[in-house]
Design a protein around this ligand. Structure first.
Ligand code: FRU
Ligand code: FRU
Ligand code: FRU
Length: 495
């Protein structure tokens, strides 16, 4: 248990479950998030991490191998899963989906050019017996040119891009690919003519795999729009041109058999300039000497950061029709981005994991780039932020005593891992995959665009800790780009 600096107490969260359609939204409060700074060592010097080792991803070396053999930039990546987040191989081939972009682009220019690509490799080989870069073969893009642009009413977009999601496998090899279909409307200078239009969407295809030809798809010729932000629960472009609405992840809940749910990234549906946070968003206990007032916080600019995690429910078995339910978590005046949310189940508990950036914290708060986690007794519950009530699960090595800088210009005083990894995804058994953003210090850093080594966290109740013994070198780092299947359709022995 880390030593805690003086500071406020976290809010009380009961983990109590509510019905999925209930209006209760759990709050990740400012009091909770301030526990992160309480765990940070104020004496940590230049280029040292100030954060506890149990919540910090081990250092990733700068001489990383590239999983695509220099073919594409790779970032957000997801496996082929079932309704319970098990990961599948098909006919002896493991399959993953990644956002990819042309390597002629600067890595930071990738977002408006992102497309979904895929990789495959033979299943059932231990990480230390694979090629160093993970041994994946790049299979190409999932969609033919033009397919994902068709859903937009206004066809005058300047950029049309595919953002993150998740892929579900069904009997017979059907794949439902849930993703974020995005249109940007920009002028020649790159300024928005009107707000971008992100839509949660579905495309259906079939997977084919064998030892000789690898993996290929048929289908994925049409896109079905599923959800656009509604302005009631989920902020729209009219309310805030910089709104976030993306990253669908679908699952079934054993407590509600026969239904399919989706979590996704949103923002609280308040207009940008008139958003306000409440005493509940702040979460201070009565009489806490470290409390802030609502007036102070609302005057501080913190109201520009109002991330939430949405919930939706399928209205048909084909998963082509969905309805919004109220958000399951809000981070009002805490952070603006609660990205790539996922539901992870263990020992009867529901874990809500999400990723967030250091740079998207609200005024007065701070925390590393990485994974944040919340535990409760149902998909909608009074989620308790994990680890001392803070929410921090796996951050990059970071020194909170110094500024961050940027992935393209890290601050002089940050350790080499400050921007090492992002877009972490928690897999069965507590394995965590992520992509490399920047490794190194000011003036001596290397950009990533490939997957980091997989690491492992041990999850126990409301606590987690990095397993530093994981990996064949005993340094907590597993294989590069290691995303192993834990289920096999037609295992390789049979074909
Ligand atoms: C910062 C970021 C990402 C988001 C993208 C939007 O890199 O805000 O989180 O996906 O830019 O353009
Ligand atoms: C996370 C993210 C996702 C988004 C994608 C866009 O790294 O910001 O939320 O779908 O990147 O590139
Ligand atoms: C285009 C494409 C996809 C298909 C794959 C087959 O890149 O035709 O539609 O899934 O290639 O390799």
């Amino acid at each position: 248990v880390p030593y805690l600096q003086p500071g406020p107490e976290p809010a009380v969260h009961t983990q109590k479950a509510f019905a999925p359609q209930d209006t209760f939204t759990a709050k990740w409060t400012r009091a909770d998030a301030r526990q992160i700074k309480r765990m940070s060592d104020p004496g940590a010097g230049s280029r040292q991490s100030s954060m506890p080792a149990e919540y910090t991803m081990p250092n990733v070396p700068q001489d990383f191998p590239d999983m695509s053999n220099e073919q594409v930039w790779v970032w957000d990546t997801w496996p082929l899963t079932d309704a319970n987040a098990n990961q599948y191989s098909v006919n002896g081939q493991e399959i993953i989906f990644s956002l990819v972009a042309d390597r002629n682009l600067g890595f930071d220019d990738r977002h408006v050019f992102a497309k979904i690509g895929y990789f495959y490799r033979p299943a059932g080989i231990p990480a230390n017996l694979r090629p160093t870069n993970g041994g994946w073969t790049y299979g190409g893009l999932v969609f033919d040119e033009g397919v994902t642009g068709k859903i937009f009413k206004d066809q005058s977009y300047s950029h049309q891009t595919q953002w993150s999601g998740s892929a579900r496998i069904f009997p017979g090899g059907e794949i439902k690919l849930f993703f974020t279909d995005v249109a940007f409307y920009r002028d020649a200078e790159g300024k928005d003519i009107k707000p971008y239009d992100p839509q949660i969407a579905l495309s259906v295809g079939m997977v084919h795999a064998n030892k000789k030809k690898g993996v290929w798809f048929t289908g994925f010729k049409n896109v079905i729009p599923l959800l656009s932000a509604d302005g009631t629960y989920y902020q729209t472009g009219e309310q805030n041109p910089y709104f976030n609405f993306r990253d669908p992840f679908t699952f079934e809940d054993p407590a509600h058999p026969g239904e399919t749910f989706m979590v996704f990234e949103g923002n609280s549906a308040m207009p940008r300039e008139s958003a306000v946070c409440t005493a509940k968003d702040l979460g201070y206990q009565a009489g806490d000497p470290y409390a802030e007032t609502v007036e102070q916080v609302n005057a501080s600019g913190a109201t520009y950061q109002i991330g939430n995690i949405g919930l939706a429910r399928a209205k048909n078995k084909d998963l082509t029709k969905w309805e919004f339910l109220p958000p399951i978590l809000s981070a009002n005046c805490v952070t603006d981005q609660t990205e790539r949310p996922q539901i992870y189940m263990k020992d009867g508990k529901y874990y809500l994991f999400t990723i967030s950036h250091r740079g998207t914290y609200a005024a007065g708060l701070d925390g590393p780039e990485g994974v944040y986690g919340f535990v409760g007794n149902g998909i909608r519950s009074d989620y308790q932020p994990m680890n001392q009530g803070s929410g921090l699960v796996l951050g990059n090595p970071t020194n909170l005593n110094f500024n961050a800088g940027f992935p393209y210009a890290p601050d002089y005083n940050q350790p080499l891992g400050h921007f090492q990894a992002y877009s972490h995804y928690v897999m069965p058994g507590g394995l965590v995959q992520s992509f490399i953003d920047t490794i190194g210090t000011e003036g001596n850093f290397r950009r990533g665009g490939t997957l980091a080594p997989t690491v492992k966290i041990d999850i126990e109740g409301a606590s987690s800790a990095v397993d530093h013994s994981y990996g064949s070198n005993g340094n907590g780092l597993g294989g590069w780009a290691d995303i192993p299947a834990n289920r096999n359709v037609n295992p390789v022995e049979q074909i």
